[in-house]
Design a protein. Structure first.
Length: 290
DNA sequence: TTCCAGGGTAAGC
DNA sequence: GCTTACCATGGA
């Protein structure tokens, strides 16, 4: 039956599931009393933090026993202690690292990630989550288990969004982002932009292609490069990261321009700049709220 | 009420 | 080239 559930424990140290799922890189996980419920590539998934790792459950309607997709999504193969050694040893970076040790970068589905960040502009994270949730309710069929009353909606594929049209996206409260998302869905559905092929090109080339989409600039492209394609050198600069750079690294030198911050981040944070960015973002956004 | 939110675009200098 | 108004919506 589709209600059968497979369970597996993944031993992993330094993995902060809560920080990872609430740090604004993904918008669709639901917190419940019994862990986080979500969907990965069509599978119903529940994940719980334990002292020594992650406890995972998934629906077994397809290929039970193969968990490579889980490992890939949560990036369990990353050598965490080696990774953080590559971060700069300056004081603010170490403070951010101490604050959210175990925060990880996920490897998400490119279309869902792209769509989520097209919807993100001048929106707070809870509002982005609401729009994504409405789109799922409107355009997807729920994944659910009979004994569980929390339905999970997959994110609608490009062809579904393309056919739905802009007006439905506006009804989901996408606002002025609705035409951007609809156009992106149409171009992908028609094969004008191949998100799969971007896995095989350089970071710069993938960024160039993403930015041909209307409504996708440097920041949104960098989010997709980092959270979906695994380009760890990508360094998305939003209002919070700009604030962090200004306060921690450009103290007393006037307001740095975007280009200046971009150049600095590349030379200062190195090949793991994307992790540095995520730590600074989560640190300044959640630690400092009054 | 006003300001701000994981921005981008196009019009105006 | 660089700055600025505007886009839609809800929370603080």
């Amino acid at each position: 039956m589709a209600d059968d559930v497979a369970t597996r424990f993944f031993p992993v140290r330094d993995y902060d599931l809560e920080a990872t799922l609430t740090s604004g890189q993904t918008f669709r996980w639901i917190r419940t009393q019994a862990g986080w419920i979500g969907e990965i590539e069509g599978r119903w998934v529940r994940v719980q933090q334990t002292p020594d790792g992650l406890l995972a459950e998934c629906s077994t309607s397809e290929r039970a026993g193969e968990w490579g997709w889980f490992d890939h999504y949560f990036q369990l193969g990353i050598n965490y202690s080696d990774m953080i050694k590559l971060l700069p040893r300056d004081e603010p970076m170490q403070a951010a690292l101490d604050y959210c040790r175990g925060l990880r970068l996920l490897r998400q589905n490119p279309w869902e990630c792209l769509a989520g960040f097209i919807l993100s502009s001048t929106k707070q994270i809870p509002q982005i989550q609401q729009i994504v949730q409405r789109m799922g309710q409107r355009l997807s069929t729920p994944l659910t288990l009979s004994w569980l009353d929390t339905p999970v909606y997959s994110f609608p594929k490009p062809e579904i969004v393309a056919e739905a049209g802009e007006s439905i996206l506006r009804e989901c409260k996408a606002g002025f982002r609705a035409p951007y998302l609809w156009e992106a869905a149409c171009r992908i559905q028609q094969g004008e932009l191949d998100l799969e092929s971007l896995k095989n090109v350089s970071c710069d080339e993938a960024r160039r292609q993403l930015m041909t989409l209307n409504g996708v600039g440097r920041k949104i492209a960098d989010c997709v490069l980092l959270f979906a394609y695994g380009f760890q050198e990508a360094f998305p600069i939003d209002v919070w990261v700009a604030r962090a750079l200004h306060e921690y690294y450009f103290k007393g030198t006037g307001t740095p321009g975007l280009q200046e911050m971009q150049t600095f981040s590349q030379s200062h944070f190195g090949e793991m700049a994307g992790y540095a960015q995520q730590y600074l973002f989560h640190y300044i956004r959640t630690n400092r709220k009054t």
